[in-house]
Design a protein around this ligand. Structure first.
Ligand code: UD1
Length: 369
């Protein structure tokens, strides 16, 4: 009998994380494995820029179903995903529901699955910022508290889970599927239109991304952050692909700087081309700190904490903090050429998805799945 895995993807970073797992599942299927998957898009992200282009470029097959649950407050979004996913899972039962990362879709679908007595596997389990004001931290805590199989990206995540009483038998330290995607697609990165439009030169511009509620929802804070960056950026261009959440606030702010270029969100291959050639990246995203570290590009995190400490101890990331005043000394150090270099991060080697699917095959054999 074939084992059925339902894979959940809802928001932009999810697509990057599931793509290599799907390709690995396709590979073992073509070699005769009796594993089938069903891809469920919750609809949390729906724009072409936030979703469609990722499916095309990362060669993710069209989802079997789209639950079309977008917008609304966190509670509304969680509730609508739960209602729709419950119908979906009842109509198409699975042996395992695979959730990735820390977005609302991750938590909502894990709850539904476990209540329907379907086992849950969580990719990127165990990471913790210990900051309960972040919606993602709540999503991680809830998801991990009802997960059966924990797939981890770091020793820190393993320790966090063990400290929470999880048995080692259920923790699989496999590496990072986001880095699988990065390494696989690196040869195909290409310049976005802004590159030629501004005649950008490698190592002579910076990339900025901001989307966390704590950074962007309040107009004055967002303005202060942008002011501080622009005041100390040595007059080089700042390319700012603006997340939809941030756009809403930015539109209310009347700001204009000659060297700040606000553009629509970029596709995966274009965004990473910009990162790969940048002087530095300033961001409040977790995933981008991982990608910048592997690309050996200086990275400044505009947050007070991170759930990805290895990007700091081994990677190129530095925790600048939320206070915009703190940006200045870090930019000064960057322009003096004093940034640390990235080192290898254990198991971030492009093989995480293979390790994950190997575990599925083992679980299937032991009929534990
Ligand atoms: C979500 C995730 C966050 C992840 C981020 C990546 C949660 C709690 N947060 O945050 O962890 O880092 O995605 O992008 O799940 N919108 C659009 N078009 C879209 C998508 C969203 O206009 O394609 C709008 C929504 O309608 C909403 C706002 O942007 O008003 C925020 O979207 P939402 O999915 O709630 O959270 P993100 O801030 O994107």
């Amino acid at each position: 009998m074939s084992y059925k895995i339902t894979i959940i993807a809802g928001a932009r970073p999810n697509f990057v994380k599931i793509a290599p797992i799907i390709h690995e599942l396709e590979q073992v299927k073509s070699e005769g494995a009796t594993i089938n998957y069903r891809l469920v898009h919750t609809g949390q992200h729906y724009d072409k820029n936030m979703s469609g282009s990722f499916f095309n470029q990362l060669k993710i097959p069209q989802p079997h179903v789209n639950l079309n649950c977008y917008g609304g407050s966190h509670a509304t979004q969680t509730a609508s995903i739960m209602v729709e996913f419950e119908k979906e899972l009842l109509s198409n039962p699975a042996n395992l529901v695979l959730v990735v990362g820390d977005v609302t879709s991750t938590m909502a679908c894990a709850i539904v699955a476990q209540k329907l007595h379907t086992k849950v596997a969580h990719i990127e389990a165990g990471i913790r910022s210990d900051d309960w004001s972040m919606p993602e931290e709540i999503n991680r805590l809830i998801t991990d508290s009802i997960t059966n199989y924990f797939f981890t990206t770091s020793e820190t995540a393993n320790k966090n889970l063990i400290n929470n009483g999880i048995s080692k038998d259920y923790i699989f330290f496999v590496g990072n599927t986001m880095i699988d995607s990065l390494l696989k697609h690196r040869p195909h990165f290409f310049a976005p239109p802004i590159w030629n439009k501004l005649n950008l030169i490698a190592d002579n511009y910076m990339v900025l991304t901001l989307h966390r509620p704590a950074n962007v929802d309040e107009e004055n804070r967002l303005k202060f952050t942008i002011d501080s960056i622009l005041a100390h950026s040595n007059n080089i261009p700042i390319i700012f692909p603006v997340h939809p959440r941030t756009k809403k606030v930015l539109e209310r702010l009347e700001i204009s700087y000659p060297k700040l270029y606000c553009i629509d969100p970029l596709s995966y291959l274009e965004f990473n081309y910009l990162v790969e050639n940048a002087k530095a990246v300033l961001t409040d995203s977790g995933g981008i700190t991982e990608e910048a570290s592997i690309q050996d590009i200086p990275c400044m995190t505009l947050r007070d904490n991170t759930e990805r400490p290895e990007t700091i101890t081994l990677g190129t990331n530095v925790l600048v903090g939320m206070d915009p005043i703190k940006i200045k000394p870090h930019l000064a150090r960057l322009f003096k050429g004093q940034w640390k270099r990235g080192q290898q991060i254990p198991k971030w080697d492009g093989k995480a998805s293979k390790r994950i699917v190997d575990v599925f095959l083992e679980l299937q054999k032991s009929e534990d799945l």
